[in-house]
Design a protein around this ligand. Structure first.
Ligand code: UTP
Length: 474
């Protein structure tokens, strides 16, 4: 956002030159405070950058990122596979040892990107406030807070949690934490920061107004995290606190390991600036971003951009050739985030969405079909810019069950089931095989946050409940 303040006339002239004078069509009817708000919004828009994006789009003739995809020179990305049978155990054990060293030294911060609008879920509030655990129905933020508290106890270090919000949900997110006493975390270890916004634009390149005094703005995508981290001074704060690494994940995956020593260890051992977790795709048609080598650079290609025949390819062992699905869990060196904030220039992606807007008479229209383009940056576009970027395999059933839709796949129902199933596997591993009367099971992270911790807890527990119905262990 520009720090200079310009006169009203100057700003209006710039919008006129850019063919966007309608933004000020109702100026004379606005109150002084509405005028101020509109000016602030208008000043935050980089009209030159917007023009570049719109021109690039019309040149491409479709709604697509500038300079996007060509399937030439595309190869499957290598990744560090989970240990199987005799293979890989030593490497993983060494990675855990290195990762735990960094966690013991308090070098790693946690970062959740939570600025999205969650339109598919259709929940009235920040997604992190959505009740998601299978028995207690704890909100996602509480679950993450408890996982963080468990790790802080394990490593004997305060853990700092950075939460990226957007203008749309910043106040409600902070209020939610206040209402719940920060879920037991010290207030000075939770750091909220707000991402930037971009205007929504009609298909004929006009900035849309949501009311006579307000431009229809929306969050600039999770890739806005780099700019937002720098502008909020979070990065300099991390530097001062000796936080060198950032464990980043999305707000909507309750199974995520908030800090994973093996992942951290591999990242460090490989001298990686940005590392990512993958799970093998379930089938060729699964709609996840794919880790690929694009002209030898590790990149994520959106599923819709991978040609069908390539998606179907299989190796001699029957596995999909292009199988490394993105689960949006990353480790970032703080210094890499600093570099991205200064010179990253991630591309903007274009999405056709329904956006309510006012017409020339000031009447609010609510379209039934997409009528607007929204611009978003994606974190993973930083991958090709990172040195020694690596990909590490994760077990889908242990680590990935996102809450995207209200019903059906990737919904609260499937995610609760996945959590319960994970805890049942822990019970099995602890020697319990008679689980037929057990319904939903939930283990508080403060009781055990890993299988090993659970086995330990279960074996020492003198007060085990009968394994039937719904059970919550804390
Ligand atoms: P999604 O792409 O699933 O979008 O975000 P969403 O906004 O949550 O949901 P829909 O598409 O409207 O239904 C993936 C993750 O990225 C974050 C979200 O909060 C979620 O954790 N995100 C997304 C941001 O932090 N900022 C954004 O601008 C977009």
């Amino acid at each position: 956002m520009p720090s200079e303040t310009f006169s009203v006339e100057f700003i209006q002239e710039r919008f006129l030159q850019a063919g966007q004078s309608h933004v000020f069509a109702f100026w004379d009817q606005l109150s002084a405070s509405q005028q101020k708000e509109l000016l602030n919004q208008a000043q935050s828009i980089d009209l030159k950058a917007l023009k570049y994006l719109l021109d690039a789009q019309s040149k491409a003739g479709s709604v697509h990122a500038p300079g996007a995809f060509s399937p030439d020179a595309l190869a499957p990305a290598p990744y560090i596979a989970l240990p199987v049978l005799e293979q890989g155990h030593q490497d993983w054990a060494e990675a855990v040892r290195v990762g735990e060293g960094l966690l013991d030294a308090g070098k790693v911060a946690v970062l959740t990107v939570a600025g999205g609008q969650g339109t598919r879920l259709g929940f009235d509030g920040p997604k992190g406030a959505f009740p998601i655990t299978p028995v207690r129905q704890k909100p996602i933020f509480q679950l993450f807070a408890e996982k963080i508290r468990a790790q802080a106890i394990r490593y004997g270090q305060p853990i700092h949690w950075f939460i990226m919000t957007s203008v749309l949900n910043h106040d409600s997110t902070k209020q939610f934490f206040r209402d719940h006493n920060n879920f037991g975390l010290a207030a000075n270890r939770i750091h909220f920061f707000t991402q930037g916004e971009m205007p929504a634009v009609s298909f004929d390149d006009k900035i849309l107004m949501e009311s006579p005094g307000k431009i229809a703005m929306s969050p600039d995508g999770h890739g806005g995290v780099f700019r937002a981290l720098a502008q909020s001074k979070a990065l300099s704060w991390m530097q001062a606190e000796g936080l060198d690494l950032i464990s980043l994940f999305q707000v909507d995956n309750p199974l995520v390991k908030v800090l994973d020593p093996a992942f951290i260890g591999f990242h460090h051992i490989h001298g990686s600036e940005m590392s990512s977790k993958m799970v093998p795709k379930k089938n060729p048609d699964e709609k996840v971003g794919l880790f690929c080598l694009k002209s030898d650079k590790l990149s994520i290609v959106e599923y819709s951009d991978v040609p069908q025949p390539m998606q179907q390819l299989r190796d001699s062992d029957g596995k999909l050739t292009f199988r490394a699905g993105n689960i949006a869990v990353h480790l970032l060196n703080r210094t890499f985030a600093e570099r991205m904030a200064l010179q990253g220039h991630l591309p903007f992606h274009y999405a056709r969405k329904k956006v309510s807007y006012i017409d020339v008479s000031g009447t609010l229209l609510k379209p039934l079909e997409p009528n607007a383009i929204k611009f978003e940056q994606f974190i993973f576009d930083a991958l090709p810019l990172a040195k020694n970027a690596i990909v590490v395999e994760a077990s889908r059933e242990d680590e990935f069950s996102p809450v995207k839709n209200a019903v059906g796949s990737d919904s609260p129902e499937t995610s609760k089931q996945a959590q319960s199933n994970l805890f049942r596997r822990w019970l099995n591993a602890a020697g319990e095989s008679m689980l037929k009367d057990l319904n939903a099971l939930e283990v508080s992270p403060l009781c055990a946050d890993t299988q090993d911790a659970f086995i330990d807890y279960w074996q020492k527990s003198s007060n085990r409940p009968p394994l039937k119905g719904d059970i919550y262990l804390e």
